[in-house]
Design a protein around this ligand. Structure first.
Ligand code: MN
Ligand code: MN
Length: 463
């Protein structure tokens, strides 16, 4: 008879019985990850830093190759906001490719096209939030401005204000509790309304222009001096308001990481570094860093665009094997991990989860067979056969993993880029790091899970 401990699913924290060297390895990997997050808070900054790391490891822009062969490392930079990387495998690419796809964008506040105004002696930027946020979380915290302004002549000005110790920061004010009787009666959802998310950026009048809009004018003259822009130039800008805090090690035991944008930059970093550590894969390894996931993956940098297919077609052209429908055949033979974060079980909000099917911090990488909402609607639902294959890969490589659902049935739900690739015929499963306070300005992960994600992605590409 099989012993009971073999019959029942084991469920223990990954830290249990961990060796000193393993712990050191995890902590040093995570120190690099935290450093990466502090350099890259926006999708553009992610792509810039990812490209630098890839180039250091011998990746070249696909345009620099006339022909491709096994072992070649290529990337395609899609408008500085999304990126695809590939290492050509030894096996015939017609047998399929192995993809890991994450997203570089995170919830934030974007400046409106006409953002600048003055009211009662204060200058403000009007914002429009990007992605699913709890608006009240974005008041009374230090905020930074990151992004670009492009002039009609094509000149591109990069802006980062609020990251250096000597930089000013910005904030969105909240009402003092003494006068908040009415505000406190609002529903949490409306606690702070969209049109109240106005960034306070100045209060000093202009010397040369007295009266109406004098503070606004002073702000514009500061910006003109620093960047050579006028108010009209905001219309062709992408300026993002992100938390000004740094990513830090968290907990007295330093076991966790608190930082902005870990959804989904944690999967960007872990998959990218896993790819960069591979020399010669058997199957062609492809890494997707997509954009616009938080607002539905639309647009030419989102996963719904055909730019990824174009990149693959270009690979087939340069391998000299392309023919009609080959790309569709390859998709049907391919496998993918949709690398996106998962809701970590939070005991403070226990009723939002179903404990048997929740992802816990510290138990390794979290897999979701399906996401969706209300009866799995919108989910791609991985096939049992494919789930078994992934289990086999992870068990062979001794990876800690757990299977979860996104919260309690009928409570809410969500999606990732998984279904978009699954619709092409690829076998896809969601596989990422569990996060606490997802979509908040400060998100929490476990160092154990971050390193386990790196190991899991490596194992998938090496399999
Ligand atoms: Mn995500
Ligand atoms: Mn998200």
């Amino acid at each position: 008879m099989t012993e009971p401990e073999k019959l029942l699913k084991e469920s223990k924290t990954g830290w249990e019985g961990i060796k000193k060297e393993q712990k050191e390895e995890i902590f040093s990997y995570c120190a690099n990850y935290m450093e990466f997050l502090n350099k890259a808070k926006t999708e553009r900054e992610i792509i810039k830093n990812a490209k630098e790391l890839a180039v250091q490891k011998g990746f070249k822009n696909i345009n620099e190759y006339d022909t491709l062969k096994a072992g070649d490392k290529v990337y395609y930079n899609n408008r500085n906001k999304s990126m695809y990387l590939a290492i050509i495998g030894q096996e015939n690419i017609e047998k399929g490719i192995h993809i890991i796809g994450s997203h570089a964008d995170s919830p934030r506040l974007d400046l409106k096209p006409n953002p600048l105004y003055e009211d009662s002696g204060y200058a403000y930027f009007k914002t429009h939030y990007y992605g699913g946020i709890k608006k009240y979380q974005w008041t009374a915290i230090p905020l930074a401005i990151h992004g670009i302004i492009v002039k009609p002549n094509g000149e591109k000005i990069e802006v980062v204000i609020g990251e250096e110790e000597t930089d000013p920061i910005f904030t969105i004010t909240d009402l003092l509790p003494h006068l908040a009787t009415e505000q406190m009666e609002r529903k949490l959802k409306e606690g702070i309304k969209g049109e109240e998310l106005n960034l306070l950026i100045g209060s000093m009048p202009c010397e040369s222009k007295k009266g109406v809009d004098s503070v606004k004018c002073n702000i514009m003259s500061i910006l003109n001096e620093k960047y050579g822009i006028t108010e009209m130039d905001f219309v062709s800008s992408e300026l993002e308001i992100v938390p000004a805090f740094r990513t830090r090690s968290m907990g007295l035991d330093n076991s966790m990481i608190a930082g902005y944008g870990q959804d989904d930059k944690v999967c960007v970093y872990t998959s990218l570094t896993a790819l960069l550590a591979i020399e010669q894969p058997k199957t062609t390894a492809v890494c997707i860093i997509s954009d616009k996931e938080e607002i539905g993956s639309m647009g030419n940098t989102g996963m719904e665009s055909h730019v990824f297919d174009t990149f693959l077609s270009e690979i087939l052209n340069k391998l000299g094997i392309n023919r009609p429908n080959l790309i569709d055949k390859i998709f049907c033979n391919s496998k993918m991990l949709s690398a996106d974060v998962d809701a970590g079980y939070d005991p403070i909000y226990a009723s939002a989860y179903e404990k048997n099917n929740a992802g816990f911090l510290g138990k390794g990488i979290g897999l979701n067979k399906y996401t969706g909402a209300r009866g799995k609607t919108g989910a791609s639902d991985a096939n049992a056969e494919f789930v078994a294959e992934i289990r086999n890969i992870f068990e062979t490589a001794n990876i800690s993993y757990e299977f979860a659902e996104l919260g309690r049935v009928d409570l809410g739900g969500g999606g990732t880029i998984a279904y978009i690739l699954a619709n092409k015929g690829i076998d896809v499963i969601d596989c990422g790091v569990p996060v606490l306070s997802m979509h908040a300005p400060y998100e929490v992960t476990s160092k154990f899970d971050v390193y386990e994600a790196y190991r899991a992605y490596s194992a998938f590409w090496k399999a």
